[in-house]
Structure formats: C-alpha cells, structure tokens
Design a protein around this ligand. Structure first.
Ligand SMILES: Cc1ncc(COP(=O)(O)O)c(C=O)c1O
Length: 384
C-alpha cells in the first residue's frame, strides 16, 4: 500500500519491487531458468515457462509500470519488439497516423513489414493537430506519437492529441524513450499505451537491448500479454536485471543529462560556426510552452547543424570528437554523437527525411553525465 504513494525518486528504487520470497535477497535475483518444477500437472508457484513469465522479468515489468503510473507493464526483447507487439493488436485494413519525424527503425517496421499485411500508415507533422484530424477516417485505429521527436526534438502536445484520439475512438501510443517517465508520463496526460526502448535511458549504461510497454486498460494489457507470449519476443532475465539496476539511478542520471544538455545547447547556440540547434528546453522553440507544460526537465538529446550546412563539415566534426563516441544509440552515461542521415535514420528515404528538416548535415548528440566542461572542450575542438 505504502509503495503506491512513493514519490518518483523513491519509485525508481522501490516501485513495484517485491523482496525475493525465496531467501529475502534485497536485489532482484537473476532467475536464469527456462522452466519451473510442478508438484502435480498444472500445480506450480505461478511460473511455468520463461517465455510466458519469469520472476526477474516480473520485477522489471512492475518497476516500469510504477514509474509510468500505469497498471500493467510488459517487457520485450527490444524496443522494436515492443512496437511490433503493439501493431500486431491491429487488423488488416486498419490505419495508423504517426509522427513524420520518428526513429528510423519504427518507420522501417511500419513500412517494410506491416504494410505487407495491409496496414496503412500516414506520417504527419503532429505539432499541427489539423494534420492529424485530416487523416482520420473510419479505418483509423491508432495514433503513434514520439515526443520529443527523433532527431528534430519537436514537441507534440500529448494532452491535446489524446483528446483527438478519445473523440474519435482511437488509441494513442507514445514512444517515451527520449523523455523517460522522470520527465513526462504520457498515461497521466491521456495516452492509452506508453512504449520504451529501455535500451536507452532506462537501462542507461549501453549494455543491454530491451523494450517495454505500460498500459492502464486490462483488455489492452491482455491482448499485448497474449502477443508477448504467442510471438515470444521476450528479454532474458539477465537483461531484465541490468535494466532494473539501471532504473535505480534514473532520476539522478536524467537530472544530470538535462543539466549538461542545457549548457551544451547554449554553447552551441553561441558558437559562430553552428547554425540551428535543437533541444527541447530552448525557449525560442515553436512549442516551448507545450514542453514546459508536459515535461519536468528537457532531457539529454541535442541536435545541431554546422553553419555552412554541409555534410563534409558534419563528417569532419564527427570524426574529430574524442570524448563523444561516434555511435548509434543514446541514453547511456557516456556521451555519443550520431549522424542520423547515414545511421539511425538511413532507412527513411531522403525525400521523407527532408520533409521533417532532417538534412544530411545534422548531427545528434546524446549528452552523457561526464563533466560538462570536458564535453564542451571536446565540441569546441571538433567544431574548430
Ligand atoms: C525513439 C526510439 N524508439 C524505438 C527504438 C527502438 O528500440 P530498440 O533499439 O531497443 O529496438 C529506438 C532505438 O534507437 C528509439 O530511439
């Protein structure tokens, strides 16, 4: 009972956690087993087979549900496996409206896998509610939002989109990977489903690939839980353990990621060889008031364009960085730099990328929790 009332910074450590009933182990044990003894056919201690349930996974699922203020959590083998399960709740002929600025792998899954099964996806600028409303028809079933968007850091008004969804009897899913529940809790703002690449900030140490979903509605949970077991894209217990361990410091890390990113965004804005800078906390952003309303901090993701707007300059900067590692992914304690057009977003056709402003000269930084002065020195040296 008491745990329900915990504040966020205690929930990261205790939320949804059950002390191991076997030996009282304070840290969740890694139940490295595929199966469980039964005393008589069908008589067991709640666990039969580890694709279906596993005690280490259950603790992770309760933890993420607690952080997102949801009733049910589900763990998957990756963020994309979580998205895959959500889309599989739909039927052939159904239509989905998605943000046009989104993770390239989500776009690839939608276009290259699910369109074959007669699902139809519309990609719109979701900062404009009219664009969403214009695409709704009798076949529309789901709105898919990412905010802040990847990599342009646009802000989508979750509460307003959830009203559009409710008025039209649609589900709203928010990919909360970039913000994390430390910063925004989409279910509280009216979303039906919240999804994570827990690979990123939740696990937080670039040592695991894992995904998660949280929902409030029992029927949606049962559908997803059926797919989780029937399709079988579940994470192993070691990965769940690592993610639980990472979550215990989520609040500390996100606070520092956000503070460091603020200083880096300001440094880049004042640099004479830097053009546009994209960070959710910049006051001049079109939707800054929405960000202020729905986010408790602004996160560690910053994108920018060199002043001359050329791929050659962006490439040189990426090559010269030393403390920022040039690599895919984000959300770990160490700082990373990514060139979205050739890396994370290469699966989106160039003409689609250009529509959302994702030019070939754009660099995306995942600002880590190192000393920010060292990070600024590294950028200063690379930008020249
Ligand atoms: C916003 C977002 N959603 C989903 C994913 C996919 O997650 P995973 O790589 O864990 O499959 C990513 C991966 O980069 C992401 O950045």
């Amino acid at each position: 009972m008491m745990k329900k009332k915990l504040r966020f910074n205690s929930k990261t450590i205790h939320g949804g956690q059950i002390i191991d009933p076997a030996y009282g182990s304070v840290m969740t044990p890694i139940y490295q087993t595929s199966t469980y003894a039964q005393s008589s056919p069908g008589i067991h201690k709640g666990y039969e087979y580890s694709r279906t349930h596993n005690p280490t996974r259950s603790n992770f699922e309760r933890s993420i549900a607690s952080l997102e203020n949801g009733n049910y959590g589900l763990a998957f083998a990756s963020g994309l496996a979580a998205i895959d399960a959500i889309i599989k709740t739909l039927d052939p002929g159904d239509e989905i409206i998605s943000t046009n600025d989104l993770y390239g792998g989500s776009y690839r899954l939608f276009k290259k896998i699910f369109e074959k099964y007669d699902l139809r996806f519309h990609f719109v600028n979701m900062e404009d509610l009219n664009e969403v409303a214009n695409k709704i028809n009798n076949n529309t079933k789901l709105i898919w939002a990412e905010t802040p968007t990847n990599p342009m850091m646009n802000i989508i008004d979750i509460e307003s989109i959830s009203k559009v969804a409710k008025d039209n009897d649609l589900l709203l899913c928010v990919d909360n990977t970039f913000a994390t529940p430390y910063i925004q809790r989409p279910l509280d703002l009216g979303a039906d489903i919240v999804m994570h690449s827990a690979t990123k900030y939740l696990a937080g140490h670039s040592d695991v690939v894992i995904g998660a979903i949280v929902v409030n509605d029992k029927k949606i949970f049962e559908k997803l839980s059926f797919i989780q077991n029937a399709s079988g894209a579940t994470p192993g217990p070691m990965d769940c353990f690592l993610t639980l361990r990472g979550i215990k410091t989520l609040h500390l890390r996100m606070q520092r990621h956000s503070e460091n990113a603020e200083q880096i965004a300001k440094f880049l804005k004042n640099h004479n060889k830097v053009g546009n800078v994209y960070w959710a906390g910049l006051q001049e952003n079109k939707n800054f008031q929405v960000a202020k309303k729905q986010m408790d901090a602004y996160g560690g993701m910053v994108s920018f364009i060199p002043k001359d707007n050329t791929y050659e300059t962006a490439k040189k900067i990426a090559e010269k960085l030393q403390l920022f590692t040039l690599a895919e992914s984000l959300g770990g304690v160490e700082s990373l730099c990514c060139h979205p057009a050739s890396m994370t977003h290469a699966s989106i056709p160039p003409e689609e990328r250009k529509k959302s402003g994702l030019v070939d000269s754009l660099l995306r930084l995942s600002v880590g929790i190192e000393d920010v002065n060292d990070l600024i020195d590294d950028l200063n040296n690379a930008i020249g």
